[in-house]
Design a protein around this ligand. Structure first.
Ligand SMILES: Nc1ncnc2c1ncn2[C@@H]1O[C@H](COP(=O)(O)OP(=O)(O)O)[C@@H](O)[C@H]1O
Ligand SMILES: [Mg+2]
Length: 266
């Protein structure tokens, strides 16, 4: 369980970026955090991971508190991060070394390493690229290697911070599909995005605007009750079409099926 309790944060005094936000994400949930550019999504992600500390309020993963230095190692191990630009995350020269690197950092016993690397690469269907050089891969493949590096460390939570936004449609689809695979296996997934089509696949959406949590609930309720265009976000195509056609049938009947097949999510 991950808890934000009355979190307040600013970079510059007097200019709050996060202004009293509270929420709880249960273990195994798939949550999307949405909001316009500059609304504070990445700041929330960094607060979750303890890279930033709240000016007031608390951020906890179970009983671990990001404000307690003694808890930070464990928090970093339990929370993995996948960033927007896959280029930024590579340090080594082969896919295998890339995944091994994180394991060496957290001192996984040597005899356990190879098994973890293989399993992680299989989970993202990159097992045939062990010796490949990361910079020669496509954007989607790079992102999958970045995910494998995180998976090998066996975290409870993965935060994807706009991790699909630089990918081509096929890469986006694959990465989103992997997020859902991991969710089905019990991981907590936090998908930060301003692609509402993708957010629609989450179980729950948190909408951040003006430093506050403007909405916390399921995607369908968001689109039915909030004018998301007021927050510089676009209605997903499916929802737009439904509105244009003024379909009699409530959106709820077929939207989930439609969205899941659109993204090839099992
Ligand atoms: N290190 C920083 N120092 C000062 N201001 C920052 C810093 N990082 C982000 N900001 C500002 O905080 C606000 C929220 O940024 P961010 O969390 O990156 O938003 P988002 O991820 O939603 O685009 C923006 O106005 C941004 O300019
Ligand atoms: Mg951001």
């Amino acid at each position: 369980m991950l808890t934000f309790d009355h979190v307040y944060f600013y970079y510059k005094k007097g200019q709050p970026i996060i202004d009293d936000i509270s929420f709880t994400i249960r273990t195994g949930e798939f949550v999307s955090i949405v909001g316009a550019n500059g609304s504070g999504k990445s700041t929330v992600a960094k607060l979750i991971d303890g890279l930033l500390l709240p000016r007031s309020g608390t951020v906890k993963l179970h009983q671990l508190d990001t404000a307690k230095p003694a808890d930070l190692d464990e928090i970093h191990q339990q929370i993995g991060f996948v960033f927007q630009n896959p280029e930024d995350q590579f340090i080594t020269t082969t896919v295998m070394d890339e995944v091994l690197f994180g394991l060496q950092n957290i001192r996984v016993p040597r005899e356990e390493m190879r098994g973890r690397v293989d399993a992680a690469l299989r989970a993202v269907q990159m097992e045939d690229f062990l010796e490949a050089m990361p910079h020669q891969l496509s954007g989607g493949q790079k992102q999958r290697v970045a995910i494998a590096s995180i998976l090998a460390m066996q975290p409870q939570v993965i935060i994807f911070d706009e991790a699909t936004s630089m990918l081509d449609p096929q890469g986006r689809k694959q990465v989103l599909s992997i997020m859902h695979d991991l969710h089905r296996q019990g991981m907590t997934i936090i998908h930060i995005t301003h692609h509402m089509e993708e957010a629609l696949t989450a179980e729950r959406i948190l909408l951040i605007h003006g430093g506050c949590l403007q909405f916390d609930g399921d995607p369908l309720t968001l689109f039915e009750t909030v004018a998301i265009t007021d927050y510089q976000l676009q209605l997903p195509f499916t929802v737009r079409l439904h509105k244009i056609l003024q379909l009699e049938k409530p959106l709820a009947v077929d939207w989930k099926e439609g969205i899941r097949s659109q993204w090839s999510i099992n």
